[in-house]
Structures are given as C-alpha cells and as structure tokens.
Design a protein around this ligand. Sequence first.
Ligand code: HEC
Ligand code: HEC
Ligand code: HEC
Length: 656
Amino acid sequence: MKPRAILIRLGIVVVATTVALLGHHFGSEAHIRKRIGQRPLGKATCFTCHFVSTDRLLWAKPRPHHDSPAGLAVSPDGRRLFIALDDRDEVAEADIAALKVLRRAKVPGGPHGLAIDAGGKNLFVTCRHGDRLAVLDAQSLKETASLPVGTGPAAVAFCRTAAGERLIVANSMSDDISVISLAPLKELGRPAAGREPFAVAATSDGARAFVANRLVGLGTIRTMPASEVTVVDPVTARVVRRDSLESAHLSEGIGLDEKRCWALTPLVKVRNMVPITQVAGGWVMSSGLAISDIKRGEVVQVPLDEANDYFADPSAVAVDSAAHRAFVASGGADVVSVLDLDRLAAWLGKANPAERQEAIYDLSLSAEYVVGRIPTRRNPRHLVLSPDGARLLVAERLEDSILVVDANRLIPLGRIVLGDGGVEDPIRRGERVFTTAAYTFQHQFSCRSCHPDGHVDGLSYDFDGDGIGDNLLDNRSLQGVAGTGPFKWNGKNATLEIQCGPRFAKVLMRTDPFPPKQLRDLTTFIRSLPPPRAARNKNAKLTPSQERGRAIFFAVKTPDGKEIPLSRRCVTCHPPPLYSVRLPFNIGTQGQHDTTEAFDTPHLLGVADTAPYLHDGRAQSLEELWTLYNTNDLHGVSSYMNKIQLNDLVEFLKTL
Ligand code: HEC
Ligand code: HEC
Ligand code: HEC
C-alpha cells in the first residue's frame, strides 16, 4: 500500500472517530435536554435542529407552469369562449365552433374567475393571487381598469340592477364579498361571507346575488357543521340572508333556475363524526346538490351519487336558460352529471317534508332525475353553457383542455386544446393522483375532498372506528408540509410516502394502495405545495402590533423581568424557519379519549388559515389556544398576558 493511501485511510478513521465522538457528545440526551429544557419524548438527530432550511425544499424552487383552465365565460353571441389560465397569468380567447384558441393576453395575479357584461364589451377577471379585479376590453383583450378587492378573489358575477351595473366578487381568503359599481368603477361595500366564499351567481334582474362558501362556519363545528349560501342585495351591498347547508361543505359552484326560484349549489355531504372505517358502508361523504328557494331560503339537499358508485368533488353547476337541465362537473370522478330539472321538480312536488329532509341519504333517488353522465378527461372543475343553451363547455383542468358538448343531444363535439396536459411533469402527475377518486372504494372521495387546494377543510375526523365521534383528529394543511416530518398529530409517520401510501390505503381507501409510481408522483406534488402566502412573504414589514407579538414569541423574559423557563418559550418548540422543532411534547392537551399525552409539535406556516386548532380541533381560534386550553402555562407561559398582548401574539402568528 502506498503511503498516500495509508494517510487517506488514517484520515478517514480520524474524521469518523471525531464525528462519532462529537455525535455522542452533542447527540447525547444531555445536549438536547439542555436545548429544549426537558427530556425529549421522541427521537432526534442532529438534523432535527441544525441545518434546517426551507431554501432547499421543492416548493421553494421554480416549477413548471401549465395551461390549467379555471373560470370560463361565453360572449353574448355564443361564439367566443374566454378562459382564465391562473397558472400562466393569462386569459385566452377561443372560437367555440372552430375549437381553436384565437389568442392569449397577459393578466398578472392569477386570473381565476371570469364574467362578461350584458353587451359583451367588458370582460371581468378576478386575480386570485393579486387581490384585484381586472377589467379587459373583450375585443382587444387589453386591460382597461383594475380595482383592489378582498384577499384571494375566486369568482365574479355581473348583473344589472335598478341602480346601475354591479359586480359581485367572492373573496375566498378574506371571507368577504366585494360589491362593485361599474360607473364609476368603485367598491360599494364588503359584507362578510361564510368561510371561503368561492362561487357567485346573480339573478337577471340584479335583485339578489348568491355566494357559495367552501368551508363550514367556525361557530358550527362543535355542534352541527354547516356551510352557507350568502345572499346579498347588489344595490345596497348588504347581506339579506344566510342559507345554512347542514352537514355539507366544499360548495365550489352555484347556478340559478329563475323559473322555479331555485339556487343550486353542489356540495359534499360529510359525516365527519362517523368513524372513517365505515367507508365501506358508504358513510363518510357523498356528493349532493342543495336546492335553496331564492325567495324564502328553504333548503332541500338531494344526492348526485348512486348507491354503488359515487361522483366525488362536485365543483361546478350550470343551468340552461329554459330551466330543463342542470349540469354538474365532478372533478374527482371525471364526469359531468346531467339533471332533468322537470323531473326533479316533480319529485319535490310530491315529496312530503320528511322525505325531503331524508332525500340526501337515499342514493337510489338520483335515478329519478339524473338522466346522463358525460365522461370527461382529467378534473372537470368549471363549466358554462352558451347563452342559447346549445353548447356546454367544460374546463378539464388537469388535462389543459376544454370539452365542447352538444348540450341538447349530450354528445361531445371535440376539444379546445390549450396545452399538452403536462404529463412529463411529476408534480402535475401527482396532482392528478391527488384529485382522483379512482383509488377509493366506490370512488367515494379523493385526497382533495378533505384537502381542497392541498389545504384543510376545517373539520376533524374520527379515523379510529372505536365509536362515534370520540377520537377526533383535526385535519392538517399540506401547504408547506415538506420538510416538517414526522407527520400526523402523533408523529408516527416518518415520511410522506408512509403517510400517503399504506396509511391512506388501510384507513381510508379500503382498496389497494397506490401503485409505487403514482405514490412517488403524489408525494412530489405534496412537496411542491408552498405554504400559504404570508409564509412566503418573508420580507413583508410587520405592523407595530405584529412587531410586539414577534417580541412575545421570541421572549426569554416576561415584561416584568421574570425568566421564562426554556421549555415554555414559544421559540424553543416552534423555532424558525419551520416554526416546529419536530419533536413531540406534552403540553397538557390530552383529551379523555386520547391514548397519548405527547403530540408532535405542529409547524406554524400558514397557521392563520387552518382553524380549528390542536390535534382534536378543540380550539376554534388562535386566541382560544391560550384563553381556554393552556393548562398551567405548559403551552408557553401565557398567564401574564393581558388582552392586548395576546392579541399582538396572535397578529404575529398570522404572519407566519
Ligand atoms: C433539540 C434540538 C437539537 C438537537 C437534536 C441537536 N442540537 Fe446542537 N444545538 C441546539 C441548539 C438550540 C444550539 C444552540 C444554538 C445554535 O448554535 O444553533 C445547539 C448548539 C450546538 C453546537 C454549538 C456548541 C454549543 O453547544 O452551543 C454544536 C457543535 C452542536 N449543537 C452539535 C450538535 C450535534 C452534532 C447534534 C447531533 C448529534 C446536535 N447538535 C443535536 C439544538 C440541538
Ligand atoms: C377524510 C378526510 C381525509 C382524506 C380523504 C385525506 N386526508 Fe390527509 N389528513 C386528514 C386528517 C384528519 C389528517 C390529520 C390526521 C392525523 O394527524 O392523524 C390528515 C393528515 C395528512 C397528512 C399529514 C400532515 C402533517 O402535517 O402531519 C398528509 C401528508 C396527508 N393528510 C395527505 C393526504 C393524502 C395524500 C391524501 C390522499 C391520498 C389524504 N391526505 C386524504 C384528512 C384526510
Ligand atoms: C413545549 C413545547 C411547546 C411550547 C413551549 C409551545 N408550543 Fe405550541 N404547540 C406545541 C405542541 C406539542 C402543539 C400541539 C398540541 C396538540 O395538538 O394537542 C402546539 C400547538 C400550537 C399551535 C396550534 C397549531 C395547530 O395547527 O393546531 C400554535 C398556534 C402554537 N402551538 C403556538 C405556540 C406559541 C405562540 C407558543 C408560545 C406562547 C407555543 N406554541 C409554545 C408545543 C409547544
């Protein structure tokens, strides 16, 4: 052996020994105990606390963009289709008869919702990331005006009222509704919606606008979870009624049958308090349609599914102007269901109150009024009818195409192709897995059914099956989840592959697990989900209140100079950049049905939007974590805080 080789080997041995000794010293419980102020309850490696960075995570890197169609609008003459392409920051215009894209225009800010005025002169675009409404000239596609609205505007409707033309905008993140006049272009008011308003429709006389909300209201979670249809007067910009959709949520579309005075809202009927192991009994969730009386607000819910086959994630609805038919797109099932409204009205006419009340649970009932199921390509999410009702246009979001259907004969006529479907991109392929119900028993639901936009549905589920509603687990957001493992509230799943593969198959799907390639794509998609906006906006300037809250979060002493023990400082357990040390702790939150007292420390990226809180969802708001559930200052020392200090802390948490 050459001396050089001997030296190299010796070098390796010395380095390895040093690393091992250092590892032993610093990795020893003593080092960790010293750093967290208590005995660790879980396994840690050096990388649990050192070299943690978000810069290397998949979501922090550039990713491919796609021509995913979102909102649609048809010109009054029925010839041209406008398509919002939020992932491209573009709006496209297509010739419906020729099945051809004519041109595209840049519209910054994630154009998502579209509406066109009665004369077809102006196109209105909500920019979901840019928090604005853009007005485009429908001929030139040039932007002629822009108006700031609430946060995350997802949809817009146009109407003419006695007091002039109005736009109604559903602001999905600020949970409110912008009511806008057109001459002059001005926001008249911003009344509160339910939680995550996502779709809007207005009556032709402009007397009322109806806004569908995706999530159940926070106040309703403990009793009977209910989402709402918010009814607004476009003239006064006031809410006139809130129609409650009991045990229902994820309404992403709304359509009006003015002849019968109906507002139609697709929904997911959810029985989250029922043990999830009953999925084989058809018990966890099903898709339905709420029919609310426009004038009186009475609601009847009817099923869209069949007893042995479900049509998951109903996300959009369109009603023809003669009110004979309604079309509902099911994003998880790749199907557009066709409803005969005359038959539906006939059934409702003869049903007694008890039958109406129970209708949603009788899946065989759909045979009375569902007269067709039109297959689509991947993920139909928006749809619209031409003004004469002759053409149905369906946005196949994850296929980058628009399906054109002869709405009278229910025959597909072809596709407007926007992009190549993005199948080369593993993130896109993973999103296809995430949004399909093909892998669940009877196609009951997809991952998206509980994690819309990869986020939370705001509910807690019983995954145990040991009795009704007694071991609830609060849903968790997947936005920004990369690098925050271990996963689950109990920290039992070390990787996303375990979390999304065998666990999902065993507990939820009741069928075979995902094939390995699909599982790989699925976890790649999840890793690509960035945390909600606030967490990405690292350089945003804090308000004075947020600044004071930040000081409380990082404090080592209370304002009167008392030392806060290391184990009770927020930053010990929730250190940046993930705001989690990724170890379990006992902070006194064990409930009477929990088998453990230690819970994995959740990361706090985007925590403002993930209510309710704690593993079982017992805290309805961030405030409640400390006003109701901080026993003996175990969850950070908070007993010294007055109302203003707690408010400041919460304001800071909302910036994470
Ligand atoms: C529970 C979290 C945690 C774990 C696990 C952890 N450390 Fe640390 N370590 C800290 C903190 C906190 C500091 C002090 C602040 C800093 O320097 O980042 C620190 C400091 C250090 C220092 C600087 C000297 C000192 O003691 O201040 C070294 C070297 C070190 N750690 C090595 C390691 C090694 C090697 C491992 C793995 C065997 C490890 N640490 C595991 C939290 C941890
Ligand atoms: C029935 C509703 C439901 C469905 C369907 C669902 N999830 Fe979840 N998900 C939850 C709940 C509730 C939790 C929290 C459970 C826990 O911590 O034990 C969770 C937790 C997770 C986590 C862990 C997050 C963290 O921070 O620890 C991941 C990852 C995840 N889900 C991915 C998926 C994927 C992928 C699918 C589809 C294959 C899916 N989920 C389908 C409700 C659902
Ligand atoms: C000893 C470690 C520890 C300390 C100190 C600590 N936390 Fe926590 N935190 C946790 C654990 C563990 C949970 C989850 C407990 C559960 O779900 O039952 C949690 C939950 C939370 C949640 C709810 C997150 C969600 O998604 O439900 C927030 C917000 C939070 N902590 C913020 C703070 C703030 C602010 C402080 C300081 C006042 C603090 N924590 C101090 C460990 C800690």
